[in-house]
Structure formats: C-alpha cells, structure tokens
Design a protein around this ligand. Structure first.
Ligand code: 5GP
Length: 247
C-alpha cells in the first residue's frame, strides 16, 4: 500500500505516482501468474525477494554504464523508478534452449546456443504476446529502426553482464525477458525487473531437470519449494554483490 495515487496495476506490480512528476513508486506483489494469466497463485515474500534482487542487479548494471529506470528502494518490496513510456516489446535473450524455443523449434531442452539469440515479442496480453518478426515490429511502429538497433545491442550487453553475474552466484543463465522504456528525453532505459520471475535460472552443477530449477518454472510446472528457490537466489545475489563491492 502507498499514500500516493495508484496509476496502474499489472500482474506483478502496482505503480503509484509520487510527489515528483518524473518518479514513480513500483510496489512488487506476491501474486504469481503464468501462461498469460491462465494460471494464478501467490508466492510468499515474492514481492520483497524480486524487488531486492532487481534492485541489486540494476545497481550493478548502472555501474557498468547501462542506464536503467532504478532510483532506489525505500522498502524491500518497493522501488522508486524513473517514469518512462514502456516500449511494447518483450525482449527475450536465450543462451540455452528451453521453454517456447523448444516447443516451437523442436530443439532439445538444454541445447547450448552457439551465440545468444535475441527475440522480440509483442507485449500485448490480448494477443498472447506473439513472437514478432523485425518487419512486423516495424509495420506496427512499436519502435523505430534505430530504437530496435539500440535495444538489441543493450539486450546483448545485459546478457554479457548477467551471464557472468549469475555464474558468480553458481547459477546458469538459460534465458530472460527484458523491457525497455523511453524517458522524457526519448532516451532508452532498461525498465521492469530482473528476477527469478523473468529469468530461467538453473543451479549450476545440478543435473536433475527438476531439482536444478531456481525460477518461476517451479511455479509454472508445479515443482514445489518455490519460495525456498527464490530465497536461495536472493541470498546468492547478496553474497555476489558483497564480493563485487569489496573488489
Ligand atoms: P519463453 O518464451 O521460453 O516462455 O520465455 C523465455 C524467457 O522469458 C523466460 O525466462 C521467461 O521467464 C521470460 N518471459 C517471457 N515472457 C514473459 C512474461 O510475460 N512474463 C515473465 N515474467 N517472463 C516472461
């Protein structure tokens, strides 16, 4: 809850206005949805855990020169963010085949991709977030060609950072989804969140296909121990950040 007016409620977050016109407050919810909200539930403490993980990662990315919407985190489940106009694209980067890539191409799960695959999906719940071709994206004017180029490059830079960061955590980054927004100067900022809700994370060294899962697939596939897995990811993130900050 917040004393500020609510602007928008999404599946995982509520956005509030603040006293500053260019600043919003994102309140991370425990609600969990999957398969375009056909499956609904809740993960205890998810809001706090995902907000804390995202806050740490955004701060690390800022240190690497990647601009994000993150300002600060006044409470564990709340993040102050720069107000942006969200580009209606879900940008997925894949390092290892899983999920819809396997379903749609027949590639076996776990296939290591020779190079990262960047995909654009139309952020549109009514249409079920369909995979876009570049030409369809341009046809719909979801972004300009220059913006697509910038977003593509940023997604690969974020992947480079995240792969190494999650490796430090003893976690293999399979794939993840990013969202970007435009600020008042039309600059592209990384927005939304980076968390076990938006990344596929496998416990490195664990070969059991169910035991290795440390992300939202535990909820999607009813694997159990969802909160424990999210908590474990947070503890490893905090340890990695502490180590990096001491360097
Ligand atoms: P896939 O296309 O295999 O279902 O998802 C690829 C990656 O993007 C996974 O890490 C998945 O968590 C993330 N992803 C794709 N779409 C969404 C979405 O609508 N919400 C969330 N939270 N993650 C998504």
């Amino acid at each position: 809850m917040s004393v500020y007016p609510q602007l928008y409620e999404g599946k995982a977050k509520i956005l509030y206005a603040t006293d500053e016109p260019e600043v919003l407050l994102a309140d991370f919810k425990d609600d969990a949805t999957a398969f375009n909200a056909q499956k609904r539930g809740s993960i205890t403490n998810k809001g706090k855990i995902n907000c804390s993980i995202s806050s740490q990662i955004f701060q690390q990315l800022e240190k690497k020169g990647i601009r994000t919407h993150y300002i600060d985190s006044p409470q564990p489940h709340q993040m102050r963010v720069k107000s942006v106009k969200i580009v209606p694209l879900e940008v997925v980067v894949r390092n290892i085949a899983a999920g819809s890539l396997c379903q749609q191409t027949g590639l076996p799960i776990g296939t290591v991709l020779k190079q990262p695959l960047v995909e654009f999906y139309y952020k549109n719940d009514g249409l079920g977030d369909p995979l876009l071709t570049r030409d369809r994206l341009l046809l719909l004017e979801l972004a300009t060609p220059e913006q697509v180029e910038t977003i593509h490059n940023l997604a690969l830079q974020v992947n480079e950072f995240l792969r190494e960061f999650w490796q430090q955590c003893g976690i293999t980054l399979v794939d993840f989804k990013l969202e970007f927004g435009l600020d008042s100067k039309q600059e592209i900022l990384l927005a939304d969140e980076i968390s076990p809700d938006t990344c596929r994370l496998w416990n490195t060294g664990e070969t059991d296909p169910n035991l290795r899962v440390m992300d939202k697939d535990r909820f999607r596939r009813d694997l159990g121990n969802v909160e424990n897995a999210y908590q474990e990811v947070l503890q490893r993130v905090l340890k990695a950040v502490e180590t990096n900050n001491l360097k």
